[in-house]
Design a protein around this ligand. Sequence first.
Ligand SMILES: [Zn+2]
Length: 279
Amino acid sequence: MTARGDFSRQSFLGEDAEQVLAETRVAIVGLGGGGSHIAQQLAHVGVGHFRLIDPQDIEDSNLNRLVGATQDDVINGTPKVEIAKRVIRSVRPWADVEVSKTEWQAAADLLKDAHVVFGCVDGYRQRMHLETAARRFCLPYIDVGMDVTRLADRHYAVAGQMISTRPGGPCMRCLGFLTQQRLDREENDYADAGINPQVVWTNGTLASLAVGAFMRLLTPWFDSSTEFEWLELDGNNQLVSRSRQPDYSIKGPCRHFTSNDLGDPFLDLSLRRAPKDSS
Ligand SMILES: [Zn+2]
């Protein structure tokens, strides 16, 4: 046992894993259903530094999935970042937690300061911009998202994905996840987007996959040399599988980002199209 606690049950992660995790700085963008779960798990595994970014206060409708939230939080309108901070500090009082109750575009310093960025945001365009920001700071990016699609006969398809990319490897556009068609459709459907269904168990499954990807990246327990991961969740059948889409989509090295592509990541956000997006 160290001053930080007893991590003997996860000592198989590697001799230095505890130290590495304690020194790691993670940024979590979006502290709703996915992000709150990720924050909780990262506190348990012993991550030492958190940068939490979300502009919203909790609402009653968040209580179906927001880990750590209480009825009192709803009454008080507690910021989601403060709920996550409370959860983290209750598990690991020594953890360093900085929060920003703003849009992530206004929290560049917190993003830049991280070693890994978790994206738990809504929409393809937000994801594209956030991955762009992570790339420009040369940071690995781990993304989770879920969707519920209405089928015929009042049936619903629950699905989600966890995608992890890293600088130098294929990005979410190379992988065939962020396509111009999806971006255009999202823009056209924006006005009548309606309620975005979210449920705690699917959020939790995807959050666990994201934390798994993070642990594979950071600790030596699993020799993972892959440049990306894209896991698809079929929520109806409770199946997780590796997406085949990259087999068809990746056509050589990433042409969307280069190693020289550093600078102010927020510069391009006012543009309707990503400047380098020709897919
Ligand atoms: Zn790319």
